[in-house]
Ligand binder design. Structure first.
Ligand code: FMN
Length: 405
């Protein structure tokens, strides 16, 4: 019996979790919808209102009313009370997690509610990167400089307002660093002005490992900036400790960023090691391949395969850019003709969201779900979460463009 009660409680918790987001919206007094001549019209206490634009709850769902009429074509953000909600085909989609374009900016949405500030779409396609580093004894600094050079990024040094002396960093002597490490709320002040991160779409954080973690000044930085929606990663140097939980703990401070895998390096790590890591996480190498891909006009980051099919595709694209009118198929992919046949080496493949493959030698397929078929792999979208990929591709049709830089 006790066991059963536990399950009932868990079920209630689960149901409550699904219902709570709906309660975040405060209803307009006595507002309702009524269907007239095929259109859903908005009424309140004073009767039919043709000037109302906003949300209204009807039969347990939230609808988007535009000038007094539900607009089932609308996919937008809509402010209601103090929050902005994600409207999809005229209804608030409380299950949506991903990004949304609204009035020239891109916003991150969690459970149907906008979080963080918007970022200009042009800035994203310009793909600007910032490397932020902290280094006291000089090991991390040259690596950060090298990463900035490889990524053609801006560099910003976190300089403490109160610089660390040798005594301050003498560990296990009850030093300043010891005390900061033990105090979860320690936030050493940063000197000068912080960089304006709104202009960057990728941020790399670099730091030494102190007591198995990032020094607290990194926490100060993350407390003071908003990296929502940005692609972020970290790397560290240490005497011997591994990455451990250092990156995971920084990630908690920016839950709405798109985090790429972090890496620990020994002091003096060379450019090849840095390059290998940056290539693995998709930040480096784009320039080597020279072929860019856009989906509905927006450049996407792709890690292209190094195979004959991609080489043949590049050769073709080098002569003339290719525009593919792709359509949704099977609820898991966008597929369209390349207008030409290229070298193929088909093999039975199970795809994942973001995978780009060649089908029958003459069609390009980009997946937002999964399928098992005989394909030739072409590449993979990198730096996107599954729901971002779905948001980009789960629509009737998209235009894919391939061109050389
Ligand atoms: C206060 C303090 C704590 C440290 N804790 C660790 C540690 O837990 N594990 C480790 O391998 N190295 C530790 N180190 C060594 C540094 O991580 C290493 O020397 C690093 O490369 C220093 O980077 P920097 O020269 O850029 O400041 C510590 C160093 C200091 C000053």
């Amino acid at each position: 019996m006790r066991v059963r009660m536990k399950y009932v409680f868990l079920m209630l918790l689960f149901v409550a979790q699904m219902v709570i987001p709906l309660q975040q919206v405060q209803p307009v007094q006595a507002a309702t919808l009524s269907k007239r001549n095929g259109a859903w019209l908005y009424y309140d206490d004073a009767g039919r209102q043709t000037d109302y634009t906003g949300l209204v709850k009807y039969n347990r769902r939230w609808y988007y009313v535009e000038n007094g009429k539900v607009n089932f074509q609308a996919t937008t953000l809509c402010k209601y009370g103090k929050k902005w909600y994600y409207v999809e085909n005229g209804k608030v989609n409380f299950r949506y997690n991903g990004t949304v374009e609204y009035k020239g900016k891109e916003y991150t949405v969690k459970n149907g509610v906008k979080v963080g500030r918007g970022r200009a779409i042009q800035e994203k396609s310009g793909s600007k990167t910032l490397v932020v580093y902290f280094s006291v004894t000089g090991n991390t600094k040259p690596l950060a400089e090298n990463v900035a050079k490889l990524l053609d990024a801006d560099l910003y040094e976190l300089v403490p307002e109160d610089p660390y002396t040798d005594a301050d960093i003498a560990y296990y002597t009850n030093s300043r660093a010891d005390k900061e490490n033990e105090d979860p709320d320690a936030r050493p002040a940063i000197a000068g002005t912080l960089p304006d991160v709104s202009g960057y779409d990728t941020v790399v954080l670099a730091h030494p490992i102190w007591y198995g973690q990032a020094p607290k000044i990194l926490y100060t930085f993350l407390d003071q900036v908003d990296l929502s929606g940005k692609t972020v990663t970290t790397f560290c140097t240490s005497a011997s400790s591994p990455l451990g939980t250092s990156a995971a703990n920084l990630q908690k401070l920016e839950p709405d960023a798109v985090w790429l895998a972090s890496r620990r390096f020994p002091a003096g790590a060379g450019e090849e090691n840095l390059k290998a890591w940056l290539t693995e996480i998709g930040l480096y190498g784009k320039k080597d391949t020279q072929m860019t891909m856009t989906i509905d006009g927006k450049e996407v980051q792709v890690a292209w395969e190094k195979n004959d099919a991609v080489q043949a595709l590049m050769d073709t694209v080098a002569k003339n850019p290719i525009t593919v009118k792709a359509t949704r198929y099977g609820g898991f992919e966008q597929v369209g003709s390349l207008g030409t046949s290229i070298t193929r080496a088909d093999a039975q493949t199970t795809t994942a969201p973001g995978d780009i493959v060649l089908y029958q030698g003459n069609q390009i397929v980009v997946f937002f779900g999964s399928n098992s078929w005989s394909y030739t792999r072409l590449g993979k979208l990198t730096g996107y979460q599954k729901d971002e990929i779905k948001n980009m591709l789960d629509k009737n049709a998209v235009t894919i463009e391939l061109r050389m830089k």
